[in-house]
Design a protein around this ligand. Sequence first.
Ligand code: GAR
Length: 190
Amino acid sequence: MRVVILGSGRGSNAEAILAAEKAGRLGRARVVRILSDKPDAGILALGEKFGVPARFVDPAPFKTKLEGEGEQRFIDAVRGCEPDLVVLAGFMRVLKPGFLNAFAGKIINLHPSLLPSFPGLDGIGQAWRRGVKIAGCTVHYVTPEVDGGPILDQAAVRIEKTDTLESFTAKVHAAEHELLPAVIARLSEE
Ligand code: GAR
């Protein structure tokens, strides 16, 4: 199963996926490309570390969505990898029908909350401010409804009285680093 990872940030989840692959824990999946909409994103440095081609793709002209010329550049870049699965690992742009239809049924996203609670930006901060006691993360298929597609799997995290926003954030990230590679491995065996 050929996997393309899209991300905008530090890439800790992409690193967890690549480390799982290296350790033989990613089933029949292999990461063939890392693409980012941010030229200086940490995720791009993983390419060299793990020997996977990684590059910036210009998302212009829009700031928070992928549409128009930038969308077409991403479609071309992803299509060139002949992916079986497109993994959004901290890709902070809303995907539009052009991209979604080009890879229909093949795009999954990681979100740092127990959906359908706390969709959108800053799922961790939203859960923290709401004072929930059980939080977590979700991997789901991507559809036009933001963070609204069919759920593949979730992992729960308990917020203790002693937690701070920082310690809670670390717990969610640790849960994400287990969940996302496990879901990819499972999909690769289906
Ligand atoms: C992750 O916590 C992921 O759940 C979140 O971005 C972070 C990326 O971290 N994604 C979203 O909020 C998507 N709406 P990383 O770059 O270290 O993998």
